[in-house]
Ligand binder design. Structure first.
Ligand code: PLP
Length: 474
């Protein structure tokens, strides 16, 4: 049995290989050299995602598709779409992206939208919208939003930025929002509820129909976070599955986010935020009338925005079409089924819910005991998987892993290799060589705790360090 070692997660693996730039070079460097360095770094870094052993993160993995999108991007990368008189193409493409997304998620004629830079901006914008709506329509000065604990931290960011009070709803044994809690905690200050369609931790869908009923009863907003799940769950019915209703067909849903840069297979930096009714969108438009620079108006958080991301997103959606999305989704659902079977084969493990695409599993407290008599530690499982090249995401409360299935994971043989390596990992976790697992639950670090033992005071220092120029040599 292999003994997993700490993977190389150095922040500066290029030290000693490429020049370190602490200021502008005195003279411009040749394009060939620059492109050579970029190509080398991207080749090395893409190898991990292309291996098919990474959870989430890389959604398409099709380099021909990326090449096509990059060409589409290149035509408008330099264009600032704030200048609509210069770039009417942005109006065409942006409105069509919104319309196509709204149609996919069954919006009606009173559904409108925005394109944002990603899931976080969509969620932050949605929360701002409800705060503004509450203030203007209801005179609410201390807005509250009820969100399950599984809601994405981008919304916590919004609550922090905008002075919204979070009422944090627990989840049931099925890991979806506890509706009784929600019902019991609505107050005159509640401006909106949040449900997720495809939670980040467990890939599950909150009971959106019931949340919609509560929202309608109290005449408040309901945001469905479909950032992760929107563009994949949309195809589930066509593929013969019956997901919990989650989209704009559900009465009471007043906004929904769906990320084009995830299962929309567009380039990074785009998401769609839909509003119903359309007029809700206006709550967050921003206009300054008396500015010496001219009357300023902007439809969303950003100022200047690149037309390239809009053209690349539009190109991705048109090139795939319904049949393209459906075909990839069917492969993802089938692979997810095999991964679930692999987990079910081990009494030491148990699935958390039954997601169609994002498979969360933990050590089953009732499962076969490890050598020391307790349940196995799921992070020992992760250590072993990592030593075989897998990059799972580590979760907490409860400790668990998830394998969010994307197109690269659908390559032939990947699900079978996972089953084999998972069996090895369970064996490893029963008699681990050291009691403390090396991995843990840290968002964005692939279940691995990065080099923080070399950094002195934890996460703040780590975040600082990711913004500092590295050493000249390793
Ligand atoms: C459910 C959910 N919402 C929102 C986000 C945030 O998206 P982004 O990272 O694009 O800001 C994620 C990211 O994984 C997510 O899974």
């Amino acid at each position: 049995m292999s003994h997993p070692g700490r993977p190389n997660v150095s922040l500066h693996p290029y030290a000693g290989r490429f020049d370190v730039h602490r200021g502008l070079p005195d003279h411009g460097i040749s394009r060939d050299q620059i492109l050579g360095e970029i190509a080398q770094m991207s080749k090395e870094e893409d190898a991990k995602g292309d291996s098919g052993r990474v959870s989430g993160s890389i959604y398409s993995g099709d380099h021909e598709h990326y090449g096509f999108l990059t060409e589409a991007y290149g035509h408008f990368a330099h264009a600032n779409v704030l200048q609509r008189d210069m770039y009417p193409s942005a109006t065409k493409m942006e409105s069509e992206i919104i319309a196509m997304t709204a149609a996919m998620l069954h919006g009606d004629e009173d559904t409108g939208g925005l394109i944002t830079s990603g899931g976080t901006e969509s969620l932050v914008t949605a929360m701002l919208t409800y705060r503004e709506w509450g203030r203007k329509q209801r005179g609410i000065e201390h807005p509250q939003v009820i969100m399950p604990v599984t809601g994405h931290p981008a919304m916590n960011k919004a609550f922090h930025y905008f002075g919204i009070e979070l009422i944090s709803a627990p989840v049931t044994d099925e890991f979806v929002v506890d509706l009784d809690f929600v019902r019991d905690h609505i107050t005159p200050n509640t401006v909106a509820l949040v449900g997720t369609a495809g939670t980040y931790p467990h890939g599950l869908i909150d009971p959106i129909t019931e949340l919609g009923e509560i929202a309608l009863e109290h005449e408040i907003g309901l945001h469905v976070d479909g950032c992760l799940g929107g563009f994949i769950l949309a195809w589930a019915e066509d593929c013969g599955y019956h997901p919990t209703p989650f989209d704009l067909r559900v009465a009471g849903v007043t906004s929904m986010s769906a990320d084009t840069h995830k299962y929309g297979y567009a380039l990074k930096g785009s998401s769609v935020l839909l509003f119903r009714p359309k007029s809700l969108r206006r709550e967050q438009y921003f206009i300054v009338r008396g500015w010496p620079g001219g009357i300023y108006s902007s439809p969303s958080m950003g100022g200047s925005r690149s037309g390239g991301l809009i053209s690349a997103t539009w190109a991705s959606m048109l090139a795939l079409g319904k049949d393209g999305y459906r075909t990839i989704a069917a492969d993802i659902f089938a692979t997810a089924g095999k991964v679930k079977d692999a987990v079910r084969a081990h009494p030491e493990l148990s699935l958390i819910g039954d997601s169609l695409f994002n498979i969360a599993f933990r050590a089953d407290p009732a499962g076969t005991a490890s050598a020391d008599g307790g349940p196995i530690d799921i992070f020992h499982v992760n250590d072993s998987l990592a030593s075989n090249g897998w990059r799972m995401n580590g979760l907490q409360n409860p400790p668990a892993l998830h394998f969010c299935i994307t197109r690269p994971n659908t390559q032939e043989g990947i699900a079978e290799a996972f089953a084999t390596d998972l069996a090895t990992a369970v064996g490893y976790a029963k008699e681990p060589p050291q009691p403390m697992p090396r991995s843990g639950a840290m968002y964005g670090a692939g279940g691995q705790v990065p080099d923080i033992d070399k950094l002195t005071t934890g996460l703040m220092n780590y975040l600082d360090a990711t913004h500092e120029v590295g050493p000249d040599a390793p």
